[in-house]
Design a protein around this ligand. Sequence first.
Ligand SMILES: Cc1ncc(COP(=O)(O)O)c(C=O)c1O
Length: 363
Amino acid sequence: MTINSDSEYIHGGVPKTDMQRLEVSERRVLDFSVNLNFFGPPPIIKEKWPELFETIEQYPSVNGDGVAGYYHSVCGVSPHNFLAGNGSTEQIYLVARVLKFRRAAIITPSFHDYERASLLAGVEVLRCPLSPNNDFTLPPKEALIEIMEKVDALWIARPNNPTGNLFDKNLILELADQFPEKWFIVDEAFVQFLDDWKEKSLLTENPEPNVLVLNSLTKFYAIAGLRLGGIVGHEKVISRMKHAKEPWAINGIADRVASLLSDCGDYDEKSRLAHNEEKERVFLALRDMDGILPFEPSVNYILCQWLKTHNLDRLLAHLLKKGLYLRDCRNFPGLEKNFFRMGLRLPEENDHLLSALSSFKAS
Ligand SMILES: Cc1ncc(COP(=O)(O)O)c(C=O)c1O
């Protein structure tokens, strides 16, 4: 399907809006629509908060040197191959604006901002739908080649949000090699949650001239409010983007926090282990439940289809009354038929949700 009109901004879960829509009186909720590290931010940020505060009178580095330092020390990325961003969302819009491709393919369902950024930059969008019937796997290479022949850029997320698929990195590299004049923009916002993530990620590969890899620090370090992310690519394209970027997009506190994060190895390991265990446990519990079809997760969120009633609203209202909030995924193209996403939280909180899901009565 080709989309070429402008696009409205769609934000994910907003509990208050759904409470009003479903006529549930306002209350505090456990928000399972977010998909951040369930341990919360690394403790060092709070410990150093007074020191961080003291720096707010100074201008930060122009391009976020602390963030570049993080990616250099953790992923071995040279600062020449890196551009820091105010979250990876900012980079998505920057890429679309600067690279000036004309027609882009987007693997859907996926994060909405690839489409919106493309449309705002005047790019025509070709949606390439995945199907729940084969667990949202990518089409075979031949089909992807046919798609690439029609466009000059591809947006693809690995792991994909909200489906959770980790598309084969070698396949992407092979396509990039076969189409050297086309752009491959790979969003790896959640990649740090994977076991052996450095082997699975494209961030640690030698950057190809036509491949850009986006990454976020806001998910894995639970710092969505601070806004930190980056883009890794060939020196030439990074310098083109640096040239087009506003100065001081990374605020001074965020930039200093990024430097602290390179020393959080214990937190990183503990987080990966706990999220992987919890992902397996919750997935199996959901799979055993009547009326819910969960799709195999790779990281800290699980996409599910609700089959017990025709309208997901009844489930959402039931949960809201118990102070639990899920991400309604019906506004993702292809997920209109009662899909929802559960972001993992602490084990006891997940248990609370699992028991509320099983207590739903269809009649
Ligand atoms: C796949 C994907 N990419 C990027 C982002 C944006 O992350 P950031 O907070 O770094 O802007 C999100 C946020 O939900 C996401 O799901």
